[in-house]
Design a protein around this ligand. Structure first.
Ligand SMILES: C[S@@+](CC[C@H](N)C(=O)[O-])C[C@H]1O[C@@H](n2cnc3c(N)ncnc32)[C@H](O)[C@@H]1O
Length: 214
């Protein structure tokens, strides 16, 4: 048998390197933000990029931009006329995201909205090929129900942190007051019985749900 850390190291070592621009963004995020571990990082970022190249989406929606790491990854595989729309509630993150979007040559194709995702989603009159839900986990279900009608049949919703540091697992003794963890568990169980979609739970990093609208 092998240790989980060794497995992750091996997977990292056999995954294409992080583009230099993203490496700079990671460094800046660590130096200048309070919770740098929120960004997707090398391994999951390369997976998001790969999924984007596979789908070649025309319209991507992201909820929870943070410093823009996953947005840049998801934008890599956009169709030639594709656009990524990303929503972030923290105004202080705006200038950095916009700077990196420009440096990535994605100006005009990545649209950042500053505001609460629940308020912004209904204002976006788009049909999404791909949605990445990575904001406040307690509202995963709210976001899922808001975006699902806007996702095209056969389109994808990805949801991050569905393991919630292992607290999603039934053997973990959850405190009644741990509302985030209960919400993540309830959401995961809900998706599993939702006949509108097909789903695969990937136990990578902090858990990534792949959901396809039927
Ligand atoms: C886990 S981080 C996103 C990480 C980013 N997707 C990445 O992989 O690099 C979550 C972000 O969601 C934002 N957020 C939390 N609640 C939100 C809300 N209601 N509406 C919009 N953004 C929100 C937070 O400010 C934070 O920047």
């Amino acid at each position: 048998m092998y240790h989980a850390d060794e497995l992750q190291q091996y997977a990292d070592d056999h995954t294409s390197p992080e583009p230099a621009l993203l490496g700079r963004l990671v460094r800046e995020t660590h130096l200048q933000t309070l919770m740098p571990r929120m960004l997707s990082g090398h391994y999951q970022g390369r997976l998001l990029s790969m999924l984007s190249y596979m789908v070649q989406p025309r319209r991507v929606l992201e909820l929870g931009t943070f410093t823009g790491y996953s947005a840049l990854c998801l934008a890599e595989g956009l169709a030639p006329d594709g656009e990524l729309h990303t929503v972030e509630q923290n105004l202080e993150l705006r200038s950095r995201v916009e700077r990196y979007v420009e440096q990535a040559g994605l100006g005009g194709r990545v649209h950042l909205y500053i505001g609460d995702a629940e308020q912004v989603i209904p204002t976006l009159a788009e049909t999404w090929d791909m949605v990445f839900i990575d904001a406040d986990k307690i509202r995963n279900r709210v976001y899922y129900e808001l975006v699902l009608p806007q996702v095209r049949a056969g389109g994808f919703i990805l949801i991050d942190n569905v393991l919630w540091s292992g607290k999603a697992l039934p053997s973990y003794q959850l405190k009644a007051a741990d509302k985030d963890a209960h919400a993540v568990r309830d959401f995961n169980d809900f998706v599993q019985q939702d006949e509108r979609v097909e789903n695969v739970f990937l136990p990578i990093r902090d858990g990534l749900f792949l959901v396809r609208k039927r």
